[in-house]
Design a protein around this ligand. Sequence first.
Ligand code: RB5
Length: 150
Amino acid sequence: MKIGLAADHGGYELKNQILIWLREAGFAVVDMGAHTYDGADDYPDLVHPLAEAVSAGQFDRGIAVCGSGVGAAIVANKSKGVRAALITETYSARQGVEHDDMNLMCLGGRVIGPELARELVLAFANATFSGEERHNRRLEKLKKLENQPK
Ligand code: RB5
């Protein structure tokens, strides 16, 4: 399992902490930036490259952090094949993977505390897609929507 991380200034500290937690838990993690704190950076510039890397299969999963997690989710879902969601509780961190094959989790660095964030990250990283027929059927419908001509 290879996991990519990205954050703007609103998620910078939490992203650095997530890197440590995931490595401690034995995951292969790549930090896509920001690599230094820049209070004027913009989340699309950080999160879009991560989402494109997930889309291209360079990472199995991604975690993106901005201040609220909202902007990160909006930009991440613009990349084909990315299924991103803003997550605030552990049930959805796990079930979003098991049912919806969520491959990019977004967190709000200004919204959640470190202990909850750690639980969310580990629940997401340790979850696997169930592969059940009803969930595959729904994913196929999503793929069709993504591929339909405008
Ligand atoms: C940055 O100040 C903040 O607006 C951004 O991180 C995020 O919360 C957007 O959704």
